[in-house]
Design a protein around this ligand. Sequence first.
Ligand code: COA
Length: 374
Amino acid sequence: MTKPPAKTGGLAGVTAGETAISTVGKEGVGLTYRGYAIEDLAAHATFEEVLYLLLEGRLPTRTEREDYERRLAAAAALPASLALVLEKIPASTHPMDVLRTGLSMLGCLEPEGEFSRLNTSALRAVALAPAILLYWFRHHRDGRRLETNAGAGRVARHFLTLLHDRPPTAEHERALDVSLILYAEHEFNASTFAARVCAGTLSDYHSCITAAVGTLRGPLHGGANEAAMELIERFASPEEATRGVHEALARKEKIMGFGHRVYRDHDPRHAVIKEWSRRLAAQAGDRRLFPVSEAIESVMWDEKRLFPNLDFYSATAYHFLGIPTLLFTPIFVCARLSGWSAHVAEQRANNRLIRPDAAYVGPDPRPYPKEGAR
Ligand code: COA
């Protein structure tokens, strides 16, 4: 069977439905969540306010935000049977598989039941995702059973505290908080679309987010930030990086963290995360990784007119926060659970089964052969 040509495949340019949640690359508008520019949200909002905005459709008042943070803190308690399952998952497992399994187990323990409970299930999943991930990670890496009775009410602080055994500095907490805001939502990207396809069958919330985690795992989507870090770390200097990337391009390799299906000349999230990466690099006294990243950026622009997407400088920003590379894509999950949940709700609110047509390119009808003639 012949594959359709790449440039016409992948539903590129196809409008596959309506959304009131975000705009991506809309002319004169850019990236917005429920009408608010990403630049404003990254400068002024917290991730928890963005979560509320995506799920409830409006920004919370101060009292609502405080109440929401209290609910998030309480919802971060890890059920004992889920902790047991996490201990049984092998140490060699990719953390994305751990999250996929952990969130799926959560659906067994606390099924959504009525669709009207979606926002409660979503809040629980967002609150619990860092604990699922880091309970497993610390158990296998350090032989520790983390206390996970309650969260910090702030996902970034909770994540970094579970990872490092101490609350982060305000600067580190805000860096991760901003990154969660940038990763929270992005219209009909592959994982969100997978969640909507699942929701379109009237399936339950946990099946939708499990489908989305599996879709996000691949290097052409969420996995790009890990691949970018591996590339950046390979080079000892900007000169070496320049040479290495020229050679990789000559071999027709893809450089992860560059390019985008929708954006044509820049990713509006890039400037924000690059600035954070620069700040964290200066604080960490880095003289290699940030300059190497800039060298790669410059070759990619000069040679291919390709620009860094959000994943590229997220890689070094996370690295400077002391986060192991294998946990980069799972952080994307912690953030994007908010967008996925909003899309599941939106799909259900005006649902029709998502079932496109396919152009058949296989053999013409033929007679069924006898066994000896095959
Ligand atoms: N490095 C090198 N070349 C790239 C590239 C990259 N990161 N991204 C795109 N290109 C090239 C392709 O090789 C292709 O060249 P060709 O026309 O000579 O074959 C052309 O640009 C179009 O790429 P294509 O993969 O068909 O575009 P797409 O719209 O299907 O894919 C991405 C978009 C994001 C999947 C693609 O840019 C990519 O694979 N990027 C790296 C992974 C990544 O960072 N993903 C995170 C996205 S936020």
